[in-house]
Design a protein around this ligand. Structure first.
Ligand code: Q46
Ligand code: ZN
Ligand code: ZN
Length: 318
């Protein structure tokens, strides 16, 4: 297999694009494609301040690297969840995020959940009924809250995440199986800021396959955490990814066409009603001031309040 651009030996063959490239041309192609998506979906401009959610994994570190190479003004945010799982998951991923920032002269903000919220994610999950001890739903609520509040406090124009096409297709697949109209209405390459305090969100890698972001990280020599979060095992999103991978193996490009056809349907106004009813249902949390769909305290404030109460109860009983 030869590189389409220079005829040298190809480092990657992307069947879905009918395109093979050598390492140097592939390392140029990824930023070119990313820039194209940033402009096409009006995600942000080079004058704006960007906060990249960095987990220490291949997608977020590659995204931070690409934005930096393209000359964007992007800081990173690492959220320390206090997950060990026998592999020191959080400690390792934080170290990799910090080393990357240092090596590239980039600014990384670190928010430690144990320090700020009072318990690590696994300990907090054990204290709530949510997910019967599995931390993922609490973790999702907490990460979204911290990302939004950090972006608002730091006056960032936009929050960028490393979601790739495999993530987006799996989310879309799950939302379609349940016909979750509200979620379908909110799934997009870019979500504008809302007046009531949600910062703009962008996914510049939403059209890149995970295989491509992984190859980019490897060829750029980016050190990232290979292990998945130990709590990800057995998750529905991984199951959906596996199903889509099986389809992709038989029909290269199916993930991309599934996602692009969805975006076209959205452009035609499908799900607009779902978006309107979601927006109408938004209220403001009296404690943190962030928008919420539930009356009274938002899910973040309510859940962490009950975690701290239970923790205090435990401490008294000790
Ligand atoms: S980090 Fe958190 Fe994920 Fe780990 S605990 Fe679950 S939600 S799996 S993306
Ligand atoms: Zn080449
Ligand atoms: Zn709140």
């Amino acid at each position: 297999m030869r590189c389409r651009k220079c005829g040298e030996k190809a480092a990657i063959n992307m069947r879905q694009h009918k395109l093979a490239l050598c390492a140097p041309h592939f390392l140029e192609w990824i930023p070119e494609q990313t820039e194209r998506f940033i402009e096409k979906y009006h995600m942000f401009t080079s004058k704006e301040k960007i906060l990249v959610a960095v987990s220490g994994g291949k997608n977020s570190l590659s995204l931070w690297d690409v934005l930096n190479r393209l000359g964007y003004n992007a800081d990173g945010l690492y959220i320390g969840l206090g997950i060990d799982g026998g592999i020191a998951y959080s400690a390792k991923s934080q170290h990799l995020a910090e080393s990357f920032a240092e090596a590239h002269g980039l600014h990384l903000l670190v928010h430690d959940v144990t320090q700020h919220e009072g318990a690590s994610m696994p300990a907090a999950a054990r204290l709530t009924q949510r997910g019967r001890g599995k931390p993922c739903s609490l973790c999702g609520v907490t990460k979204r809250h911290i990302m939004n509040s950090t972006a608002l406090e730091g006056k960032y124009d936009v929050l960028a995440t490393g979601h790739n096409l495999d993530d987006e297709a799996a989310i879309l697949f799950g939302n379609t199986l349940n016909w979750s109209v509200g979620y379908l209405a909110r799934q997009a390459p870019v979500l504008p800021a809302s007046e009531d305090g949600l910062v703009r969100k962008a996914k510049p890698f939403c059209r890149l396959y995970e295989r491509e972001t992984a190859a980019y990280a490897l060829l750029r020599g980016i050190e990232y955490i290979y292990e998945e979060c130990p709590h990800a095992e057995g998750s529905t999103s991984i199951y959906h990814k596996e199903l889509l991978n099986r389809m992709e193996a038989d029909r290269p490009g199916v993930k991309l066409s599934f996602y692009l056809a969805f975006l076209r349907a959205k452009e035609m106004g499908t799900f607009a009603e779902g978006a309107r009813s979601e927006l109408n249902a938004l209220r403001t949390c009296p404690r943190c001031g962030q928008p919420t769909t539930v009356p009274g305290l938002c899910t973040f404030c309510r859940t962490w309040e009950s975690i701290r109460e239970r923790q205090a109860g435990h401490d008294r009983n000790d």
